[in-house]
Design a protein around this ligand. Structure first.
Ligand code: F6R
Length: 605
């Protein structure tokens, strides 16, 4: 999704800006651009190709400057064409980049047209550039503070004015923005990762903040216009995180990182304890009577899986909702519910809005399961559990999902113990299983060559069905999502018992039916559902636990999973589905890490 980088320095900062965009590339974008103040006016280069093309342009045109802003755009208003790419100019005096959506841009555009401004793009962003130009009276910081009061919607912006050659002003509301603090130079970015290599000291702006960065200073005012300091934190872990190493794609690297990511995520302690979720957790956990889980996409599927654990292990009623639905529907708040937001990025606009909506309804018990310690969601919730997946670059989430599952299992057992449903023997057994997970994952990863052989066949298909039951139904959903988002094959997932209620009509010899077949209490039921598919000629591709006695025969292809893993089985069973999607996409030659139309960290509604 859109990315912002800005810098004020005494050296030419074009390479810093372009490198920053390169580090944000993984989030998905369809155009990019950079502007610097050079010779008294803004100059820019823009591209509807990749950042590498922008880099070639700036070298060829020798674009240089000590103050500048840059952007990767993921189109919302207006097609991905050069005129709509940021930075957007106003009368060759103001240059501006923007993440988010301005909801009242039409009325602002009419007002600005009335003042003689000519619009050359279809973006909502252009109104901000002209608004700032129209209000500018010699102080860009003050102008932006006044101008943002007229904006409705979500934004993070960075803006420069030709008359202030050593100043960049930024503002945020609903989209992240961070200040990078350097020595004799300062930076702005939508994600600290963009500035790895330039600084490791960051101040995370709060909602409503407006910031001015100059060579030797950072000034911040909050939404009330009061001058504030934001804590400067050293965040060293960003450097080097974006190296691909020996892998072909980041997605492949991240799938293979899962044993390490799980090791880093599961608690070191020999007990499941509420303190794993923060200081307030033991009081809060004693007070709650249910859970409300809010999330989007893959993170929503980890919530769906967790519901099975929370209700069976902790015996606590759990509701899981898609964040974009919850935020807009009338619901009945229960102050005794623990609201859990699950998010890789911690910045997903819909999940963040759903959290704020829950808080506005009076929910005070909130917990984030999140991969980014400095994210808005972690800062807004009273408690958190950090997954330690490390930076996830591939747009399709993999290691973030399995580490979320590990964290949610820890939550279920912790609550089960507190509520008297998990005794010391069970606790020790769960802990042992968690500790053995990385080794078990390694044996699943060793199945890759067999999965590649299946992927060659899948690459020629246009549709696929995924089946699972119980705990593994959300895993089937996740497998279908992975396949469709990176290979562009249409895929649907069903609880296997639902087949006969409609989707069976789709089954023919041309329909591959991927089946998740753990050796659990529903195995015999699942086998009957598989027979329903075979009877209609459907081809079954089954990931079966070793002791299921499901064998390869005509129309039934089986890859044997190394062992049955009890309640934690979903964490193992999702891995071959990730690999199947990955290798199918490779065989079809798609852009695996940056699938079309998609973005990492969806910071707009
Ligand atoms: C799919 C995927 C998305 C995200 C969703 C939520 O592979 O990555 O569905 O899971 O956009 O993102 P987070 O977890 O950052 O809130």
């Amino acid at each position: 999704m859109c990315g912002i980088v800005g810098a004020v320095a005494q050296r030419n900062i074009v390479s810093v800006l372009v490198e920053g965009l390169r580090r944000l590339e993984y989030r998905g974008y369809d155009s990019c651009g950079v502007a610097v103040l050079a010779g008294g006016e803004p100059k820019r280069a823009r591209s509807v190709a990749r950042v590498s093309d922008l880099d070639a342009q700036v070298r060829e045109t020798r674009l240089e400057g000590v103050t500048g802003i840059a952007h990767t755009r993921w189109a919302t208003h207006g097609a991905p064409v050069t005129d709509n790419a940021h930075p957007i100019f106003s009368r060759d005096a103001v240059a501006l980049v923007h993440n988010g959506i301005i909801e009242n841009y039409e009325s602002l555009r009419e007002m600005l047209r009335g003042k003689g401004y000519v619009f050359v793009s279809q973006t909502d962003t252009e109104v901000i550039a002209h608004l700032i130009h129209s209000m500018y009276r010699g102080d860009l910081f003050q102008t932006v503070r006044d101008a943002v009061k007229q904006l409705h919607g979500a934004y993070a912006i960075a803006v420069v004015h030709k008359d202030q050659p050593h100043t960049v002003v930024g503002a945020r509301q609903g989209s992240p923005l961070v200040v990078g603090v350097g020595q004799g130079e300062n930076f702005l970015a939508s994600d600290a990762l963009a500035l790895a290599g330039s600084t490791d000291r960051f101040a995370f702006l709060e909602e409503g903040d407006v910031v001015e960065i100059t060579l030797d200073g950072v000034k911040i005012v909050d939404r009330e216009g009061i001058h504030v300091e934001r804590e400067v934190r050293t965040v060293a872990a960003y450097g080097g995180a974006v190296e691909l190493g020996p892998y072909r794609h980041f997605m492949q690297k991240e799938i293979f990182e899962q044993p390490r990511a799980i090791t880093d995520t599961i608690p070191q302690a020999d007990q499941f304890d509420a303190s794993l979720f923060g200081d307030r957790a033991s009081d809060v956990f004693g007070d709650i009577d249910s859970l409300l889980i809010l999330a989007c996409g893959t993170s929503y599927y980890s919530g769906l899986t967790a519901k099975y654990w929370l209700e069976s292990v902790a015996k606590i009623p759990t509701q899981v909702e898609i964040a974009s639905e919850y935020r807009y529907r009338e619901s009945v708040p229960n102050p005794k519910a623990l609201v859990v937001v699950i998010s890789q990025s911690g910045e997903t606009a819909d999940t963040l809005a759903a959290l704020k909506h829950a808080q506005s309804l009076g929910h005070t018990h909130t917990l984030a399961v999140c991969n980014v310690a400095t994210s808005a969601m972690v800062r807004l919730t009273g408690m958190s559990f950090l997954t330690h997946a490390g930076t996830e670059i591939g747009v399709a989430s993999t290691k973030a999902f399995t580490t979320q599952l590990a964290g949610l299992f820890v939550l279920a057992v912790t609550l089960g113990k507190l509520r008297g449903h998990v005794d010391a023997r069970q606790e020790a057994a769960y802990l042992a299983q968690l500790r053995h997970l990385p080794a078990a994952l390694n044996s699943v990863l060793a199945l890759e060559p067999q999965i590649i052989a299946w992927a060659e066949e899948f690459a020629r298909k246009e549709n696929a069905l995924f089946l699972g039951r119980g705990l593994h139904y959300p895993i089937a959903l996740e497998g279908a999502l992975k396949l469709k988002e990176i290979s562009y094959i249409h895929a649907e997932a069903y609880p296997a018992g639902e087949l006969k209620h409609g989707p069976l009509a789709l089954v023919t010899e041309a329909m591959p039916v991927v089946t998740v077949a753990p050796n659990d209490t529903l195995l015999e039921k699942l086998k009957s559902n598989m027979q329903e598919v075979r009877a209609r000629g459907g081809e079954l591709y089954v990931f079966a636990d070793s002791d299921t006695r499901i064998v390869s025969e005509d129309g039934i292809h089986v890859i044997r999973m190394p062992e049955h893993y009890g309640l934690l089985s979903p964490i193992l069973h999702v891995v071959p589905l990730q690999l199947l999607a990955y290798h199918t996409a490779c065989a079809r030659g798609t852009d695996v890490d940056k699938p079309r139309n998609l973005a990492k960290s969806v910071t707009v509604e």
